[in-house]
Design a protein around this ligand. Structure first.
Ligand code: HEM
Ligand code: HEM
Length: 249
């Protein structure tokens, strides 16, 4: 074995004392990151997640109200506040989605992934099946993706976007019943949505079913995000916070 140079000896002692192998650090490759999600996409994601949480909790109690409140009726406005929170979060959700759609036009190409899926590309479907096999523990390694993975993209489009449009349309149709004929919500939504489903109670039931579908989406989505972060080949959760994707290998 060749004797160590003075510099290597110093490095060796430093590693022994501090536990930090300086030479390994200096020879290590620098971490490269790609800027994927721009600030408006990230801000929208977290506001949207918060709005949906409020909508699901308040919506649940609108359909299955709390037992009667004690005391004078005029002293209690609990259901009123619950409905107010629901409608406020409903407006935030709808305006937020419109803003997100605008950003799909002016933002980078990853901002468009939520709004369309390359259904007719064979290569795309191959990647979808690769990801399915990865989630089913059938292959040892998934692919590496800068934007959403192909399966996530399909879930976002069919399980999130379509469902959100459904909830907004049925939500404002119900809202228009309260704001009465002549209001914009009644004119734009109530007039055709209620007859389409049959009657008001049918719209309530479908709107409530939509909530359960969203809850299923969120459970799968959060599971996949955390699982990919731990087991996948790239950063996931931190990417929706900082916007940057880093790769592990
Ligand atoms: C993620 C989105 C949403 C979820 C999970 C959700 C959930 C719910 C649920 C579970 C109900 C009770 C249905 C029932 O059993 O009768 C409800 C009612 C309602 N929601 Fe939503 N909703 C959402 C979006 C919206 C939006 C965007 C609006 C528009 C303002 C809206 C307006 C309403 C109205 C007006 C009612 C009926 C209130 C009442 O009858 O007192 N919802 N929602
Ligand atoms: C109500 C709850 C949530 C909903 C509805 C939701 C919905 C979405 C949607 C629609 C996207 C696509 C974003 C875009 O392309 O514009 C997305 C991405 C993402 N979400 Fe959520 N999200 C929710 C909660 C969460 C939570 C709690 C986490 C963290 C654990 C999370 C982590 C992520 C990550 C990491 C991405 C990017 C995934 C990727 O890079 O492929 N989400 N989410």
């Amino acid at each position: 074995m060749s004797p160590l140079s003075a510099h290597e000896l110093t490095q060796q002692r430093l590693a022994d004392v501090t536990g930090i192998d300086e030479s390994a650090v200096s020879h290590g490759q620098s971490v490269k990151s790609v800027y994927v999600y721009e600030a408006p996409v990230r801000i929208w994601h977290w506001i949207n997640a918060l709005a949906i949480t409020v909508l699901a909790i308040t919506g649940y109690f609108i359909g299955v109200p709390l037992p009667t409140m004690p005391g004078e009726a005029s002293e209690n406005y609990l259901m009123g506040y619950i409905r107010f929170a629901h409608f406020t979060a409903g407006y935030i959700l709808a305006v937020g989605l419109a803003g997100r759609a605008y950003w799909a036009i002016v933002g980078n190409h990853h901002a468009r992934e939520l709004f369309w899926v390359p259904l007719f590309q064979k290569a795309y479907w191959r990647e979808v099946f690769t990801m399915l096999k990865w989630y089913a523990f059938l292959i040892p390694q998934p692919g590496r993706y800068v934007g959403h993975n192909p399966l996530a993209r399909l879930a976002m489009f069919s399980g999130f976007l379509a469902l959100m449009i459904f909830m907004i349309v049925t939500g404002f149709a119900l809202y228009g019943e309260g704001t009465q004929p002549g209001s914009w919500a009644h004119t734009l939504f109530t007039t055709w949505v209620i007859p389409l489903f049959g009657q008001s109670q049918d719209v309530h039931t479908w709107h409530r079913m939509g909530m359960w579908a969203i809850i299923i989406f969120v459970i799968l989505h959060v599971y996949a995000a955390i699982r990919e972060d731990i087991m996948g080949r790239q950063s996931i959760v931190s990417t929706m916070i900082s916007g940057r994707r880093t790769f592990k290998d």
